[in-house]
Design a protein around this ligand. Structure first.
Ligand SMILES: C[S@@+](CC[C@H](N)C(=O)[O-])C[C@H]1O[C@@H](n2cnc3c(N)ncnc32)[C@H](O)[C@@H]1O
Length: 139
């Protein structure tokens, strides 16, 4: 019984710390990365559409945008990320990997001009998708 209590204590502690991290450093928004299969499918769709000016809305630490920039070197990719720490990490990783067709902007994608976009990707909570679509429509 005491072993179960110990395990529950540490699991609850971990979950609380993780939630606190998300609340403090990521405005309550979890940074869950795209799976490689999801990335591949998004890139296939972008390639099929011939997209050359691509935005990744909510780029996180840049896994998806780096994969796009690498696979579609003829495209210009911009990741928009609201979290300062995630955006800095994405920039550092892109710089280290030597991309010249990829950049990041620390901003709210709802307030970002996307009028030159011909391809937009996002991997967000489904509750956020409708308002995100509104900005794409406006731009
Ligand atoms: C699921 S993660 C993105 C994962 C990333 N696309 C990848 O594949 O690695 C969602 C990201 O959206 C960001 N985000 C949420 N709302 C945002 C907003 N209004 N403007 C910019 N970024 C936002 C969060 O900070 C979080 O890092």
């Amino acid at each position: 019984m005491s072993a179960i209590n110990d395990i529950l204590f540490w699991v609850c502690g971990f979950v609380l710390c993780w939630q606190a991290y998300i609340l403090i450093f990521n405005r309550g928004i979890p940074n869950i990365r795209t799976a490689p299969a999801v990335r591949d499918e998004m890139i296939r769709l972008l390639r099929g559409a011939g997209a050359k000016r691509i935005y990744d809305l909510g780029a996180g630490v840049g896994d998806l945008s780096r994969a796009i920039a690498k696979t579609l070197p003829e495209a210009r990719v911009t990741g928009i990320e609201i979290s300062k720490s995630a955006c800095r990490k994405a920039e550092t990783r892109a710089r280290r990997a030597g991309f010249d067709n990829l950049d990041y902007k620390q901003a709210d994608f709802m307030k970002t001009d996307l009028s030159d976009a011909d391809g937009v990707v996002m991997f967000l909570l489904d509750t956020m998708m409708p308002c995100c679509g509104k900005n794409c429509g406006r731009s």
